[in-house]
Design a protein around this ligand. Structure first.
Ligand SMILES: *Cc1c(COP(=O)(O)O)cnc(C)c1O
Length: 462
């Protein structure tokens, strides 16, 4: 069969046999014999038939994954996807433009540019804003950290630069700081309050202390929707502080910035427009396939300052309708990651996307109601931004035993394949965490997941 005929065959097979989420486990790991087989497949001198190798991929490789779009995948930040996102990816893949700039791909540059402007508008940014599509939240955080360093620190001061993050910040933030030359000793990891938010007074105290010691505070990184608990830091207070001390404010909204498109919950991220830069993952809560994320900046000139090689960049900043993305970020050759998001928004419409985001929030609240029905559960953080944390609790067991029980509950639940519920640590205790983003999740899915957890408690906890 010719490859091009096999393409359509594959798509048919996929939708007929590989797409039924109800019947597949939420997570499956490669078994030992499959691992051995895959590891030992030779790389042949003479090619093998494509059918045979696609069969290996379909039956031995891809079934072994955490199915991000599964209606009962409540682990990490799951990745529910709109089918139209796959289509957008596929279309772009076929044309394979090098979306690095205007000349190589002025068509995709036009729509990516328009989409970035629209997203900036949703964030409440002015016309001076801009941004770029990147591979993920980690790259967006890194790009922001570079812009922050270049805009706030003189070259001679980099080895005195201080960045402020919270103990709930995502580890990609640490990584980004290390990459830009800020080692652990110059990262102030602030304790959070009882709601796991940054305490602005503590931050002020720390900044003053660092200034008094001749150090150079330059960057605050807050989070809109922490990965652990969906917490949104006090955005307006952080912005005031950043303004007062002339620091860059970056908000990592990899997960929570999608609230900007929600109808009922947008107010939760009021103040985001005050940040100098915003990370926003579309492959989390905007229902896109990997990889698709955005970095938005309040001032386009800050990205040009860090990434453009052309001294005349400041003039260019004012005629922003022609876009060479190589001037705004790290990559040169890049796929047009924005096309699938563009297609999704064009075809679903903003109203439906907003409703789907609100539905995720409602599902976490529904989970909280179900959890509260049995009295052996303790709510550790309430449903917020579609995440809830709870744990098995009684006064017969020590803290250590309780931690082990909660780990066991997660393992037993997940090993059935019915639902994936993992643990996290909050204030030193092990908790069960559920993140409910999928528009495919039904209330019965939540009920049965909690019932199954209850049953494991009855069977296993003595
Ligand atoms: C997921 C996440 C990231 C990292 O994003 P990737 O797209 O996985 O690189 C960063 N920050 C937060 C808050 C996240 O939830």
């Amino acid at each position: 069969m010719e490859i091009k005929d096999y393409m359509t065959q594959f798509i048919e097979d996929y939708y007929r046999e590989d797409h039924n989420y109800e019947e597949m486990p939420a997570i499956q790991l490669v078994e030992q014999n499959t691992f051995v087989e895959l590891s030992n497949l030779d790389f042949p001198e003479e090619g093998k038939p494509v059918e045979e190798m696609i069969d290996v991929l379909r039956h031995k490789v891809y079934p072994n994954r955490s199915v991000g779009e599964h209606p009962r995948n409540f682990a990490f930040i799951p990745a529910p996807i709109e089918e139209v996102s796959k289509l957008g990816d596929l279309v772009n893949l076929f044309y394979n433009p090098n979306a690095c700039g205007w000349y190589p791909s002025s068509g995709t540059a036009s729509i990516e540019h328009a989409l970035i402007n629209w997203l900036c508008e949703q964030a409440g940014y002015s016309e001076e804003s801009s941004g770029i599509f990147v591979s993920g939240g980690s790259s967006a955080n890194l790009t922001a950290a570079i812009a922050a360093r270049d805009s706030k620190l003189k070259a001679d001061d980099i080895n005195k630069g201080i960045a402020y993050i919270s103990n709930q910040a995502h580890h990609s933030v640490n990584k980004a700081l290390h990459v830009i030359g800020i080692p652990e000793e110059r990262i102030r990891r602030l304790k959070t309050d009882e709601n796991l938010k940054i305490i602005p007074e503590d931050l002020t105290t720390q900044v003053n202390k660092d200034l008094a010691n001749g150090l150079k505070p330059f960057l605050i990184i807050g989070t809109a929707g922490t990965t652990n608990a969906g917490v949104i830091d006090p955005l307006k207070e952080l912005a005031e502080l950043a303004e007062e001390y002339n620091l860059w404010l970056h908000i990592d909204g990899a997960f929570g910035a999608s609230l900007l498109l929600s109808n009922e919950n947008r107010h939760l991220v009021d103040g985001l427009e005050l940040a100098d830069s915003i990370t926003w993952d579309a492959h989390k809560w905007l229902f896109q396939t990997y990889s698709c994320a955005m970095l938005l900046v309040k001032n386009r000139s800050s990205l040009l300052h860090s990434f453009s090689d052309q001294p005349e960049y400041l003039d260019d900043a004012h005629q922003a309708d022609r876009t060479d993305f190589w001037d705004l970020g790290i990559e040169l050759s890049r796929p047009a990651r924005g096309v699938k998001l563009w297609l999704t928004i064009q075809t679903l419409g903003t109203k439906k996307i907003g409703e789907q985001i609100d539905y995720g929030i409602e599902l976490a609240e529904y989970t909280e109601v179900q959890v509260k029905k049995a009295n052996h559960w303790q709510i550790v953080t309430p449903a917020q931004t579609a995440i809830i944390n709870f744990r098995y609790f009684d006064d017969k067991h020590t803290e250590e035993e309780l931690n082990a029980i909660n780990t066991m509950l997660s393992e037993k639940m997940t090993s059935t394949g019915y639902a994936q519920v993992l643990t996290t640590k909050l204030n030193g205790v092990t908790v069960l965490r559920m993140c409910t983003l999928s528009p495919l999740t039904k209330h019965q899915d939540i009920e049965k997941t909690i019932n199954d957890l209850n049953q494991i408690v009855l069977d296993q906890v003595k």
